[in-house]
Design a protein around this ligand. Structure first.
Ligand code: NAP
Length: 540
């Protein structure tokens, strides 16, 4: 290990480093500096990826100037070689020469890959680490394995920080990374995380397992590694600066979950109610992986989404009567002794918005669909005394559900001849593109239309309903209500429903604007080429 006189970590005390380092890339120095300028105001810890620059040495005077103008910034210089997953095509000697120049330019930290460190002579590496804080990194772009073995290799070389980055191919890889950090962070200054969509747990919770810092993208679209989360999301949504040993962990588990708005909504609620907890998106490719992760992290509560709502029931120690009746669970509580208890808040999510508007006893309600949510709606509304009708693309499924829930099956052809108080769309029709409706205009003989689809916020069905002056209940209300009940079950506090609705509405607006911009871009005709035809003429 380094002597204490040269220990960089003792010079910049570990607790002084911000928790998030933002990698900044650019195809030239001006672009890189412009991006660094926009980040440094909010997050003074940067990694400037010199390997992205075509002529990194030539850019150093400009980067020096940037560092002089921003004494508040702590910047890492990285010039990762192509063989190590970077873009620098030069030799290891050229990498070393650049990092030494970066030290002269005022970078307080440089990052060198283990493979480069191994190839350098001991006095070359010492020469570098005597001049500047040294991070030795190891990246595995495929898996999370042999972390201790790799670290044994790394720790032969003196460094201020050891950075170990692997790829999560399942949720349990995060557990392996955090155990590895816990085992080594008392003796060494460690940085560790898992890349990939499934690595979010380690990106947020790694800091409490002993990672001195983590990495966050400058913004969405400027990620330098798979699964990188924008730094402002780490700070504002996941509140990474407040994550500590007492922080409770919750999450939404399913496959897929990447587009779920639950993390935005639930983290906003936790922040508003000052609950020391974080809510993560858990992409579980199998229930077994999820359950192992729940045990090891340990996770205090889960929102369960497709495809595990039914399958999780068998793993529960106990559940509320509605969960048992419906056979589906969307909310799990893990008690301190590790037992799992199940609830179904989808029912409350459907019933509550309706109860706010009408008396359910005796109300005539048509549910379209016979899947998991239709099940929750049928049992929940029957329990409130409603007269429930079911119709479905596959009629046999609606007939079966109707029998089980003591509801009535309705043929599609009979809908236009029947009147209802409420029609509920419990199918995915209308989701995403907003151009399809599960029913035709003439079939909307009802006072209320409750479309459970909430992306987009306005569907073809809700537009048709508004055009007929019907009352519309947007799917967002179910989403917020089912989440509010989960929050209350987990925390025992009343849910900040207005805040939850607000952040989800804003997120949906941002998503819609982004999709519109992408559509406009895609629809733009390709610019006319002004190049002359190479044509036959030249061949003449
Ligand atoms: P599910 O179990 O997969 O059931 C889907 C149902 O929709 C089935 O009855 C299916 O009919 C029917 N369906 C699927 N595609 C169809 C099509 N093209 N035309 C006609 N019917 C079609 O899904 P789920 O969990 O019940 O969720 C249903 C929808 O509810 C989701 O897609 C989502 O939009 C919405 N949802 C909203 C919230 C919220 O908080 N607002 C929460 C959860 C779900 P078959 O039986 O013929 O396959």
């Amino acid at each position: 290990m380094r002597s204490s006189t040269t220990n960089y970590a003792s010079r910049i005390h570990r607790f002084r480093l911000p928790r998030v380092c933002v990698p900044v890339v650019g195809s030239d120095a001006a672009t890189m500096i412009e991006r660094a300028e926009s980040v440094v105001r909010d997050n003074p810890f940067l990694e400037l990826r010199l390997d992205y620059l075509p002529q990194p040495a030539a850019a150093l005077p400009k980067l020096k100037n940037f560092l002089e103008m921003h004494p508040e910034a702590t910047a890492i210089a990285t010039c990762r070689r192509v063989v190590n997953g970077g873009k620098f095509k030069g030799s290891i000697a050229a990498e070393l020469a650049l990092l030494l120049k970066a030290a002269d330019a005022g970078f307080p930290l440089v990052d060198i890959e283990l493979q480069s460190a191994k190839s350098l002579k001991a006095d070359q590496l010492r020469g570098l680490s005597d001049r500047v804080g040294l991070i030795i990194s190891y990246h595995d772009f495929r898996a999370t394995k042999k972390l201790e073995e790799q670290f044994a290799e790394m720790s032969k070389y003196p460094a201020d920080f050891y950075k170990v980055v692997s790829t999560a191919t399942n949720l349990s890889d995060n557990v392996a990374m955090m155990k590895f950090l816990e085992a080594n962070s008392a003796k060494h200054e460690m940085v560790g995380l898992c890349m990939g969509e499934q690595g979010i747990i380690s990106r947020v919770l790694g800091v409490r397992a002993g990672s001195i810092f983590t990495f966050g993208a400058a913004k969405s679209g400027e990620e330098t590694a798979p699964g990188q989360v924008p730094f402002n999301e780490l700070r504002d949504i996941y509140r990474i600066d407040n994550v500590d040993a007492a922080t409770q962990v919750y999450g939404v588990a399913g496959d897929p979950v990447e587009h779920s708005l639950s993390p935005i909504m639930m983290n906003a609620a936790l922040r508003r109610e000052s609950v020391n907890a974080v809510y993560l998106s858990l992409h579980a490719k199998s229930l077994k992986d999820l359950l192992a992760c729940v045990r090891d992290i340990p996770i205090r509560g889960l929102s369960i989404t497709m495809p595990y709502k039914q399958a999780i029931v068998d793993a529960l120690e106990n559940s509320d009567p509605l969960t048992r009746q419906i056979g589906a669970c969307n909310t799990v509580v893990r008690s301190l002794d590790g037992k799992l208890y199940g609830f179904n808040t989808d029912v409350g999510g459907i019933v509550a918005p309706l109860e706010q508007r009408l008396h359910l006893a005796g109300a005539r309600i048509l549910i379209i669909g016979a899947g998991g949510v239709a099940r929750a709606a049928a049992f929940g509304l029957k329990a409130k005394g409603a007269e429930v009708f079911l119709t479905n693309r596959t009629p046999e499924k609606a007939q079966t559900l109707a029998r089980q829930a003591k509801a009535k099956h309705l043929k599609r052809a009979d809908i236009a001849k029947t009147t209802f108080d409420v029609i509920i769309n419990a199918t995915p029709v209308g989701m995403g593109n907003g151009k399809q409706s599960p029913l035709e205009d003439k079939e909307l003989n009802t006072k209320y239309v409750f479309d459970l689809v909430y992306t987009p916020a306005e569907t073809k069905l809700t537009k048709m309903a508004r055009a007929r002056n019907l009352q519309v209940i947007p799917g967002l209300e179910m989403f917020v209500q089912q989440g509010a009940r989960q929050f209350e079950i987990w925390t025992g506090k009343p849910a900040p429903i207005a805040e939850m609705g607000y952040v989800v509405t804003k997120a949906l607006e941002r998503r819609a604007a982004q999709e519109e911009a992408e559509e406009t871009k895609a629809a733009k005709p390709a610019p006319k080429t002004t190049a002359r035809k190479p044509a036959k003429a030249s061949r003449k």
